[in-house]
Design a protein around this ligand. Structure first.
Ligand code: NAD
Ligand code: TYD
Length: 354
């Protein structure tokens, strides 16, 4: 079996759903159920014989040690994190606790378990540390994309905490021999993404006829990858990646934020004719320390593991808009009072104007 951490979040839930749909090994999902964790994401597999959920903290060494001894996983796929840059600016403590302390504790527990495994199981074991391209910092418009050897230059509390986690993961591999692989992926989008991140926020607001808040000039560039492609890359890394290595994962889809927002508006104009949703765009105060551009050089994972993204950005956005249109219940269930308070705090100009 495998243990997945953070499996009630956006990417972790997509990973578990795909994994079980492909009839792979049983999965134990360890998730603390923070504001970002939604057990409803896994409703369709709740009674699947290969699925088990444990509510708990990755920083709880006793709990994690017990789970490892009891279930004897052949891999840990580590998604659990605080993942939103704006929240890391508003309140960095949780990022330090989960992303840094939590990951370090998880590595220690994994090492304690792994070091007692018989040799064949120990050599087959993998700790897959799911990380981000944001650890590399920001690129100029014509600089080459991030390769795996690009220096770490994190700029936000979020990326600094993920960089720290990556350094601990590296150290546990180098010093103790724990078979760790780290992946650094670009921005994901797709079904079940919490509407605090750019793409689901824009879809959610456009469908509600609310303003679309674009930070600063909106010309910041991100590389976008459909979450299903991220999951297929992670499976390839888990099966064929080399311990001690890192792999960059990207979507070959660099877009400015304004391009992303206008693409979403065009797709929603077609689905809901009668108004131009782009008229809802509002430029608001820029994010502090806002990284200008991220881009991924995926030549290593393409050459070594034969992986490349399958979903084009245009098709992926269409499918994602359709998913949000068809899943209003899910959106309603996650946009509670706490969500509304976050939105009011984060976008004061929009709320005072309303
Ligand atoms: P998310 O915020 O949607 O989900 C995070 C999950 O982790 C939630 O279910 C939450 O309850 C859980 N969690 C938080 N703290 C925990 C703790 N202490 N113990 C156990 N569970 C805890 O995040 P996501 O977008 O699915 O991202 C998953 C991982 O992928 C993160 O490590 C993130 O840094 C990385 N990543 C995300 C993106 C992206 O675009 N979303 C891109 C690259 C890498
Ligand atoms: P986000 O989805 O938060 O991902 P990240 O910051 O990890 O890349 O943001 C993607 C881009 O969209 C980023 O440049 C910030 C910008 N953005 C806005 O312009 N408005 C918004 O309301 C949000 C949430 C993000």
């Amino acid at each position: 079996m495998i243990i997945v951490t953070g499996g009630c979040g956006f990417i972790g839930s997509a990973f578990i759903l795909d994994w079980l749909a492909q009839d792979r090994e049983p999965v134990l999902n360890l998730d603390l159920l923070t504001y970002a964790g939604h057990p409803g994401n896994l409703r369709t597999v709740e009674s699947h014989p290969g699925y088990r959920f444990v509510r708990g903290d990755i920083a709880d060494s006793a709990l994690v040690g017990d789970l490892l001894r009891e279930h004897r996983p052949r891999a840990i796929v580590h998604f659990a994190a605080e993942s939103h840059v704006d929240r890391s600016i508003a309140g960095p403590d949780a990022f330090i606790q989960t992303n840094v302390v939590g990951t370090a504790r998880l590595l220690q527990a994994a090492h304690g378990y792994w070091s007692r495994l018989p040799a064949p199981e120990a050599s087959a074991f993998r700790f897959l540390n799911v990380s981000t391209d944001e650890v590399f910092g920001s690129l100029g418009p014509s600089e080459p994309a991030f390769s795996e050897t690009h220096p770490y230059q994190p700029n936000s509390p979020y990326s600094a905490s993920k960089a720290s986690a990556d350094h601990f993961a590296r150290a546990w591999c180098h010093t103790f021999g724990l078979p760790v692989i780290t992946t650094n992926c670009s921005n994901n989008y797709g079904p079940r993404q919490f509407p605090e991140k750019l793409i689901p926020l824009m879809i959610h607001n456009a469908l509600a006829g609310q303003p679309l808040p674009v930070y600063g000039d909106g010309r910041q560039v991100r590389d976008w990858l459909h979450v299903g492609d991220h999951c297929s890359a992670l499976r390839a890394v888990l099966e064929r990646g080399r311990p001690g290595e890192t792999y960059n994962i990207g979507g070959r889809s660099e877009r400015t934020n304004l391009e992303v927002v206008h693409t979403i508006c065009r797709v929603i104009d077609e689905a809901r004719p009668g108004r131009s949703h782009a008229a809802l765009v509002r430029h608001v105060q820029d994010r502090l320390g806002h990284d200008r551009r991220y881009a991924i050089d995926d030549s290593k994972i393409a050459a070594e593991l034969g992986w490349k993204p399958a979903v084009t950005f245009e098709q992926g956005i269409r499918d994602t808009v359709q998913w949000y249109l068809a899943n209003g219940d899910w959106v309603a269930s996650v946009t509670s009072g706490a969500y509304r308070r976050w939105v009011e705090q984060q976008y004061p100009a929009l709320h005072s104007a309303a």
